[in-house]
Design a protein around this ligand. Structure first.
Ligand code: GDP
Ligand code: GDP
Length: 483
C-alpha cells in the first residue's frame, strides 16, 4: 500500500498559520495502560518532528509532548501516561486518573489497546470512562503487525467499541488511517481562533505549578471590574479568557511611579482563566493537568508568564514548560512571587537559582513580586507590555544592514572546512517572534558559535528583551536562478 504522507514543513518555511499566536493547535492525548505501545505510537505520530533542530540552544525538551503533522494539519500530541510516574501503576486507579486528565484537557483522545491479547480490567475501565465522555475518542488496537495479528486483534471488539483501528506502532501499519481519523476529529482552525479584542492588547498565559499564586494574581488583576471575552458554550471545553484592566499610576518619563500621578489602565487578556481557577477535579497533585493546561494556554498566548513561588524555586517542570513556550516562539516573563516571605539575601539567591535553571532564556526578564502585598504587580504588568512590544518589533532593512556590515567588518565569519563563508545581507522577515533571514553562500557552514554571536549582537543592538529571536541562513540565489 502506498502511503501519501504529507511532508512536514521545512525549518526554512515561513511559520505556518497554525503555529502563530492566536490560533491554537489541536491537542491530542494518548491514553492506555502500560505496555500497550503508547510511547512507540507517540514517537511514530511525532515522526521527524521529534528530531527537529530548534534555534534556541539548550532548550529543555520533554518527550511527553511533541508536534505532529498529518495531511497538512499540525497538532500537538501528549502522552498523558508519561507525566506521572504513578500513572504507570497498572492498578485501575492510575489509568482512571490519566484518562480523566485527557478527557478534561484534550481535543481528541487516542486510546491505545494491545490487540495481541485479551482486554484487561484496566482497558475496560479506560473504555468505560471514555465512552461516557463528550470528547472524540479514537481506539487503536496496537501490535497488529500482520494480517494474522490483525485478526487476533478482534478480541478487543469485546469491549463493545464500534470502530477500532488496527495498527502496528512498531512497523507503521495502519497509520495512514489512524492519522486521517485524528485529523478529522480535530476541531476546525476557525474554532480555535481567538476572538478579537483589539490588536494592541497583550494576550497572556499565566503558567506555573499549583500554589505559585496564579489565581491570586488573576483575582488581583480582575479587581472589581471584569468582563469575559470568550465563553464559548458550543465547545466542549470551558475556555474562559478574561479581559482585565489593571489600574496603575502612570510612570513618569524618568521611570518613576509617583503616587499623585495620573491613573492609567492597562488592558490584558488572560487566557483560560477557568484553567487557572479550577483546582483540578481529578486530584490536587496531578502535574499532568497543569502541564496540559499550560500547553493549551501557550498555544494561544503572545506572552507567557511563568509564575514561581520564590521560596520553592523553579522546578524541572517549569523549565520544560518554559522551553515549550520558547520553542513556540512566545514572549516570556518570569515572575518570582511571594517575595514577602523572603529576606533580601534569600531573594537574591532565589533569583540567581531561577536564572541558572532557566539558563536557556538569558534574555527573559525576571520580575519579583508579592501578590499578597501588591508589591511588584504593576512592574510585572509593565514588563509584560514591554515584552509584547519587543515580540512584535520590526527593524528596517536599512538600519539592520548598516549594523550587520559593522558586525561583519569587526568579526567576519570563520572559514569552515576550508570554505570561505560569506554573509551578504540580512532582513527581518517576520515578527511575533522576530525572525531574520541572512543570505549566505554557505548556509550549512555558518558555525554554530558564530550564529550565536550574531544573535547576541542583534540583542545587544536592538534589545528584543523577553522574546526568542530566530535567524535563518539561506543560500543566496544567483541571478537567473528560480526563487
Ligand atoms: P507504553 O508503556 O504503553 O508506552 O508501551 P511502549 O511503547 O513502551 O511499548 C511496550 C512494548 O510493546 C515495547 O516492548 C514495544 O517494543 C512493544 N510494542 C509497541 N508497539 C508494538 C507493535 O506495534 N508491535 C509489537 N509487536 N510490539 C510493539
Ligand atoms: P495557584 O495554584 O498558582 O493558583 O496559587 P494560588 O493563587 O491559589 O495561591 C496559593 C497560595 O499561596 C494561597 O494560599 C495564596 O493565598 C498564597 N499566595 C499567593 N500569592 C502570595 C504572596 O505573594 N505571598 C504569600 N505569602 N502568599 C501568597
Amino acid at each position: 500500500m502506498t502511503r501519501h504522507r504529507a511532508q512536514r514543513p521545512h525549518n526554512d518555511d515561513p511559520i505556518p498559520a497554525s503555529a502563530r499566536a492566536g490560533v491554537s493547535r489541536g491537542l491530542v492525548a494518548i491514553v492506555g495502560r502500560p505496555n500497550v505501545g503508547k510511547s512507540t505510537l507517540f514517537n511514530r505520530l511525532a515522526g521527524a518532528k521529534i528530531a527537529i533542530v530548534h534555534d534556541e540552544p539548550g532548550v529543555t525538551r520533554d518527550r511527553n509532548y511533541a508536534d505532529a503533522f498529518a495531511r497538512g494539519v499540525e497538532y500537538t500530541i501528549v502522552d498523558t501516561g508519561g507525566f506521572d510516574p504513578e500513572s504507570d501503576d497498572p492498578m485501575r486507579k492510575g489509568i482512571k486518573r490519566h484518562v480523566q486528565v485527557a478527557i478534561e484537557e484534550a481535543d481528541v483522545i487516542v486510546c491505545v489497546l494491545d490487540g495481541s491479547m485479551e482486554p484487561t480490567a484496566a482497558d475496560r475501565e479506560a473504555v468505560k470512562l471514555l465512552r461516557k465522555s463528550q470528547k472524540p475518542v479514537i481506539y487503536a488496537a496496537n501490535k497488529a503487525d500482520s494480517q494474522a495479528a490483525e485478526l487476533e486483534a478482534a478480541a478487543v471488539y469485546r469491549l463493545g467499541i464500534p470502530k477500532i483501528f488496527p495498527v502496528s506502532a512498531l512497523h507503521g501499519r495502519g497509520f495512514a488511517d489512524l492519522e486521517e481519523a485524528i485529523v478529522e476529529a480535530l476541531p476546525a482552525y476557525e474554532d480555535r481562533e481567538l476572538p478579537g479584542v483589539g490588536d494592541d492588547v497583550p494576550r497572556i498565559a499565566l503558567i506555573g505549578r499549583p500554589n505559585a499564586g496564579k489565581s491570586s494574581l488573576l483575582n488581583r488583576m480582575l479587581g472589581t471590574e471584569r468582563s469575559l471575552v470568550d465563553d464559548r458554550p458550543g465547545t466542549t471545553r470551558d475556555t474562559v479568557d478574561a479581559l482585565v484592566k489593571v489600574k496603575r499610576k502612570a510612570v513618569s518619563p524618568t521611570g518613576e511611579r509617583s503616587n499623585d500621578g495620573e491613573e492609567t489602565e492597562q488592558a490584558l487578556v488572560v487566557l483560560d482563566t477557568a484553567g487557572i481557577r479550577r483546582k483540578s477535579r481529578v486530584s490536587e497533585t496531578v502535574e499532568s493537568v497543569s502541564v496540559l493546561r499550560a500547553i493549551r494556554a501557550i498555544e494561544r498566548a503572545e506572552v507567557v508568564v511563568l509564575m514561581c513561588d520564590a521560596g520553592e524555586g523553579v522546578a524541572e517542570q517549569d523549565a520544560k514548560i518554559l522551553g515549550l513556550a520558547v520553542e513556540r516562539g512566545r514572549g516570556v516573563v518570569i515572575a518570582l512571587n511571594k517575595t514577602d516571605l523572603l529576606d533580601k539575601k534569600a531573594l537574591a539567591k532565589a533569583e540567581e537559582s531561577a536564572r541558572e535553571k532557566l539558563s536557556f532564556t538569558p534574555w527573559a526578564p525576571v520580575e519579583r513580586l508579592s501578590v499578597k502585598t501588591g508589591r511588584g504587580v504593576n512592574n510585572l504588568v509593565d514588563r509584560i507590555v514591554h515584552v509584547r512590544k519587543e515580540w512584535t518589533k520590526r527593524i528596517g532593512t536599512g538600519e539592520l544592514n548598516r549594523f550587520f556590515a559593522e558586525v561583519l567588518e569587526t568579526h567576519p565569519p570563520p572559514t569552515m572546512g576550508g570554505r570561505a563563508v560569506r554573509l551578504y545581507y540580512i532582513t527581518q522577515a517576520e515578527s511575533r517572534p522576530p525572525t531574520f533571514v541572512v543570505q549566505t553562500n554557505e548556509p550549512e557552514n555558518v558555525h554554530f558559535s558564530y550564529q550565536r554571536f550574531i544573535q547576541n549582537q542583534i540583542r545587544k543592538r536592538f534589545g528584543f528583551e523577553g522574546t526568542p529571536i530566530r535567524i535563518r541562513y539561506r543560500r543566496k540565489r544567483r541571478r537567473g536562478e528560480e526563487a
